[in-house]
Design a protein around this ligand. Sequence first.
Ligand SMILES: [Fe+2]
Length: 256
Amino acid sequence: MLDLRKQSGIPIKLKDNGELYFYNNFAPIEPDIRTFKELKKFINDGKKFTEIKDSEPFYLMYRGIFESSNLRYDITILPPRKIGNEFNKTVGHYHPNKPKTKVAYPEIYEVVSGHALYLLQKNNLKDAILVEAFEGEKVVIPPGYGHVTINLDERPLVMANLLDASFESGYDFYKIHKGGISYIIEDKDSFKVVPNPNYPKKTIPRMARPRDLMLFEIDASRLLFQFQENPEKFFWLSNPEEYLVQLVPQSFFYFK
Ligand SMILES: [Fe+2]
């Protein structure tokens, strides 16, 4: 079992079946399991993969491991596997606007272990961004960007996220279009980006890497510790309408 305490700040180990084992009397949390029955709706020709059982789990979400200041800390595990030649991925979603504003809630992710791609797409489809992130790196989803996470590696991807606890994400846009604006496909030892033909326009993602987050005084140490020590640093997650100037892609990404 892979001990992830150092990387995550929580006494957890990753079991071979992709589940978490909580130790040191940490109250265990039951995961929400995303099975193939649901995931296949977000894949081109998902029905053709008849060799995969509907009941097979593709990723696990441990929601609400910590909550404080109306923010919620979750962990998601994406095992290394493929559907055809597409890498395992989350189904993708948009966040709603904060009530009484025209600004959607942002989010912050941290790669706890593994190697991730975050495919972001603006709600008007005028922009898409593909962010590559490694262990310890943090990726901010700016307001108005839907997002899919892809596990590029042969190891499990374990990631944490922090967001406002009061909203529910919307999955319909991704379901209607059978996934995000691009599919991330295996290509020799790397990957290639293939436009999703179910979209009305082709928006080629801009390739990006995460910037540091000193803008919000967030450093390279564990997201959980920073959240527990100083939740006010994450006030912008619940109040994005007060940070419109800062909450833009160029604050968070270097573009290649
Ligand atoms: Fe999200």
